[in-house]
Design a protein. Structure first.
Length: 202
């Protein structure tokens, strides 16, 4: 099925989480020029583009007005999850991964993607623990829970460091240095308080 590119709606989560890189668009445009569009874009019934943003830009670069699409019946609540799932194989920056983590936190906290093992009233087999939101996100993104914890911590305290992780500093080093910096800052503040409230004599 073909759709006019101009009629497709950009999902709000797309711009918040992902960026279409110009070099990727140019590379894909060359590929489409030689082989054609190999995979259809994914569109929701209400017209939101869920997968295929780079394909759309590549086709526009080639002067094409239409794109081959597959329409899926996905509720508004599930669209963010679908968007992230469609980008699972994408090479991502740590900033992008943090955006995915935060989007999935909101997704699960709103009750979307309901799972019975998160229901406080649901019985849990003896010897087993309930599945946490972090475990669900880890499974969705293919990341370890430890990586999610470290990225969440860094994003909470020093989000300005995220663009440098994986380039000039490792995730483990960034996490350790930020923790050290926060601990030292806490000690300095406590020492200042002690000096202000020190013994003044009679």
């Amino acid at each position: 099925m073909k759709r006019r590119i101009s009629t497709l709606k950009v999902h709000p989560a797309q711009a918040a989480i992902y960026h279409v890189e110009p070099e990727d668009v140019e590379s894909l445009a060359e590929n489409i020029k030689k082989l054609g569009q190999l995979e259809p874009a994914i569109v929701s019934k209400d017209g939101f583009l869920l997968s295929g943003y780079t394909r759309c830009e590549a086709l526009k670069l080639l002067g094409r007005k239409t794109i081959e699409v597959r329409v899926v019946d996905v509720s508004a609540e599930e669209q963010v999850f679908y968007l992230i799932s469609a980008n699972k194989q994408r090479i991502k920056s740590y900033g992008c991964r943090v955006a995915e983590i935060e989007a999935l936190k909101e997704y699960y906290s709103n009750g979307a993607g309901y799972r019975s093992d998160l229901d406080e009233g649901a019985p849990v087999p003896e010897g087993q623990r309930r599945t946490t939101t972090r475990q669900l996100i880890a499974a969705d993104l293919g990341l370890s829970q430890d990586t999610i914890s470290k990225l969440t911590y860094i994003n909470r305290h020093r989000p300005d460091i995220l663009p440098y992780i994986g380039k000039s500093i490792t995730l483990v080093s960034a996490y350790a240095q930020i923790r050290l910096w926060l601990n030292q800052s806490k000690i300095l503040k406590e020492n200042k308080k002690k000096k202000r409230g020190g013994y003044k004599g009679k």
